[in-house]
Design a protein around this ligand. Structure first.
Ligand code: PEP
Ligand code: MG
Length: 749
């Protein structure tokens, strides 16, 4: 039966068309269950009814047949969300005869709900003329089939397909990658050559072909340099790194040699390019680390860009005159760079994820972006659309009411941005005069933009992983020194907290793969660096050397779970300090802190207070480990509650213990940059918050409009609530009372 089950699911998943797929399902199920009738109904929640989508055995020829939720056995299966197995269905009190279905010939009935993530998406039913009580094994078979079908249905529905009643689909969902709202014309331009469409072609003259390629490479390098220059003043170093990465790759002798070797085999330059790019990107795509997997897209982007130069068709001047919502197959940094910002209302990319460089760039540019949107671009071209970069919703030809709502939200958003920008340079004081230290999280993404640097009190978390992830080997001491020096000297009078290497978990190095069943519980952060004092000491020396004459360096240790790790790390830091200070007397001893992100440390705070100078709470990991929920797994994302009562209680405990032991404490997880989270933290007593660039201005604005004493009283009540949703709601009410609710999310829910 397992094989039959697998076969059915495989057949169904292969087909794009909903009716066709379900037709296959009902036929194959009848065969597998040796019965005469199988029917699939899907729930139409707007109309409170189940709609017959496919059947083998009932009267149905494509017209709409529906059963109200509260009627019949099918309705009962949906309501009870449990299978119903009857040898003689007509005797059941809920049996209802629907003449249009011709059901009267069937006696036995087995119906099972199609459930996905607690939602009943529909009902799967098998029926038979003779009286037959389906066996337990048969019942389990149908339940298993329905569970698998649910995944397929949920997935396709999320893509905007499989909508009921054949209504014209007008709303789609993608991954929100850059916040903001845009209303305007959707623009799809597919006139450019697509690398994946290049077909096999051989060359006549190898030398000429190689020369052609070399010229294209040179033009591409010059173009990337131009783009880099164009953004030099606008973007921070991390974001510009993509152009440097491209230039670096184009100079890579290995890539050039592979391309030339492919041409020598007799392939035309563009065909050689496609093959080599595919090999490289597949190599990246197979890597277990999400960040590196996305580098596969960078390689493809590079190849695509080279193809433009090979074909002389690079995008320079877009053909649209008015600003548009640009729809692209795959958003690339080059596309964003090639189009003037004032012509881009938003971007919608059919492929890609929220952590791609292009997504990072769109955030840095402030262009709303949605990635992985499953829309048919030809069908939306030229139509009016709404892009909600907060929720990932895209609406095509929206109804007047929706359009008005979004216009109002968009105006509100604009007003809010102007408002918060005006106050960015002001110090962060609450209404009752409490000073809050606002720090920046920098390092992994586009968050060291110059304008914001003026509005913050320093860097609360500098993630050092990026330079390790982007290389082919561990970066040298000199390379690291230079990099850290750039950051430290950007904040000469402010504190900069540099975190030592936090690899492992979802951040594996390509040149140092770590294979583990449970990487988040494995060789991560300080566990790795203590096992590799060679690598650790290089990094520590580089940080210390970089701080000479500045004296603003703070070193922070990630993933600390016990005192021994701290003691061992302190010894190594001291050793590194003695080594470098022997050569350079100006180097000062840095302040040393630990990340508080492993729950064990909650109980050890009294024992570590005299060992370190500060702690910084990593709420991202603390929540993950406290609730035992993978922070990267979308299936359990609803379990990952930022203001879960136990998280809030842990934060209260941490604050109070730190107070007792006079230990400075900061929050550097995402919670600090969230308006609700920030207010909650102030109410708990915290006065130091570190967050991404995009959140600094609004959190500062909100804090300046809040009262810390009121927040303390509110949090005292909130912490008694057993549900995170109630805590969230109480904080939201506070924002509403203060007229600040617009900051939660400008888009529609
Ligand atoms: C955290 O865990 O909250 C944190 C700030 O560190 P990271 O997100 O880099 O793990
Ligand atoms: Mg962490």
């Amino acid at each position: 039966m397992l094989i039959q089950l697998r076969d059915i699911v495989e057949q169904v998943s292969k087909v794009d068309d909903v009716r066709q797929a379900l037709d296959i399902l009902v036929k194959d199920t009848c065969k597998a269950m040796q019965t005469e009738c199988c029917t699939v109904y899907l729930s139409n929640n707007e109309k409170n009814r189940l709609e017959l989508m496919a059947t083998q055995g009932l009267k149905f020829s494509g017209q709409t047949i529906h059963i109200p939720f509260e009627e019949g056995l099918v309705g009962l299966v949906r309501r009870s969300a449990e299978p119903i197995n009857l040898a003689n269905a007509q005797h059941h009190p809920n049996f209802k005869y629907f003449p249009e279905l011709g059901e009267n010939i069937y006696q036995s009935f087995l119906g099972t709900p199609i459930i996905h993530r607690r939602q009943v998406l529909g009902v799967l039913v098998i029926q038979q003329r003779s009286s037959r009580l389906f066996s337990e094994v048969e019942e389990s078979f149908l339940v298993t089939l329905a569970a698998q079908l649910a995944v397929i249905i949920a997935h396709t529905q999320a893509q905007g397909q499989w909508q009921l009643n054949n209504t014209k689909v007008r709303s789609f969902k993608g991954i929100p990658a850059s916040t903001g709202i845009a209303i305007g014309t959707m623009w799809w331009d597919d006139t450019h050559p697509d690398l994946s469409q290049v077909s096999p072609a051989s060359c006549l003259n190898v030398d000429k072909e190689q020369e052609w390629l070399a010229l294209a490479i040179e033009s591409a390098i010059a173009d990337f340099r131009r783009m880099r220059k164009r953004f030099d003043t606008e973007l921070n170093k991390d974001t510009l790194a993509i152009f440097e990465l491209f230039i670096h790759l184009l100079h890579d002798p290995l890539l050039r040699a592979d391309l030339n070797a492919q041409i020598e085999k007799g392939d035309r330059a563009d065909w050689a390019l496609r093959q080599v790019v595919e090999i490289y990107s597949e190599r990246f795509a197979k890597m277990s680390d999400a960040y590196l997997r996305e580098r596969a897209n960078d390689i493809k982007e590079l190849g695509q860009r080279l193809l433009y130069f090979l074909h002389n068709s690079e995008v320079r001047d877009p053909s649209f005159k008015q600003p548009v919502i640009l729809v692209v197959r795959e958003l690339t940094a080059s596309i964003l760079a090639a189009i003037p910002k004032e012509k881009l209302l938003a971007v919608v990319s059919l492929e890609g994820a929220a952590n791609s460089h292009a997504a990072i760039l769109s955030r840095a540019l402030g262009v709303p972006a949605i990635m992985g949107a499953k829309i048919k671009p030809e069908a939306v071209m030229g139509k009016l659309g709404i892009v909600d970069g907060y929720s990932g919703d895209i609406f095509i030809e929206p109804a007047a009411q929706l359009l008005n709502e979004y216009r109002a939200l968009s105006n509100e958003e604009e007003e809010l941005s102007e408002l918060i920008a005006q106050e960015l340079a002001q110090p962060a004081f609450t209404q009752d005069g409490q000073r809050v230290e606002l720090m920046l999280n920098a390092g992994l993404s586009a968050d060291t933009n110059i304008a914001i640097n003026q509005g913050v009190d320093g860097v609360g978390l500098y993630r050092t992983e990026i330079s390790f992830l982007l290389q082919h080997r561990f970066p040298s001491e000199e390379e690291q020194t230079q990099q850290y020096r750039t950051i430290l000297s950007s904040y000469p009078d402010k504190r900069v907290v540099m975190r030592t290497l936090d690899i492992g978990g979802d951040k594996a190095l390509p040149y140092f793969p770590i294979e583990e069943d449970n990487p988040f519980l494995g060789w991560r952060g300080i566990r790795f660096t203590l096992d590799h004092p060679d690598i650790f000491l290089i990094q520590l020396r580089a940080m210390l050397k970089a701080s000479t004459g500045l004296g603003n360096l703070n070193i922070m240790l990630p993933m600390i779970s016990g005192c021994q790790e701290i003691d061992e790390a302190l010894l190594l830091i001291e050793r590194a300090y003695l080594e470098v200070s022997e050569v350079d007397k100006e180097i000062q001893r840095p302040q040393i802190g630990i990340m508080l992100e492993v729950p064990s440390m909650l109980y050890l705070l009294p024992l570590v207070a005299h060992k370190v100078d500060f702690v910084s709470v990593g709420t991202n990991d603390l929540t993950q480990y406290l609730l035992a929920v993978d922070r990267n797994n979308s299936r359990v994302s609803d379990v990952y509650e930022h203001v879960h009562p136990s998280v809030v209680m842990a934060l209260k405990h941490i604050y109070e213990t730190c107070e007792q032991y006079n230990l400075p404490v900061c929050i550097c997880g995402e919670l600090a940059g969230d308006p609700i989270g920030a207010l909650l933290l102030i109410g708990l007593g915290y006065r130091s918050l570190s967050m991404n660039t995009s959140n600094v201005a609004r959190v500062k604005y909100i804090l300046r409009k809040s009262d810390s004493q009121e927040l303390e009283q509110l949090v005292e009540q909130a912490i008694k609530q057993p549900y995170g949703s109630e805590i969230h709601c109480m904080m939201l009410n506070y924002l509403e009372q203060r007229g600040l609710a617009g900051f939660i999310r400008a888009g529609k829910k």
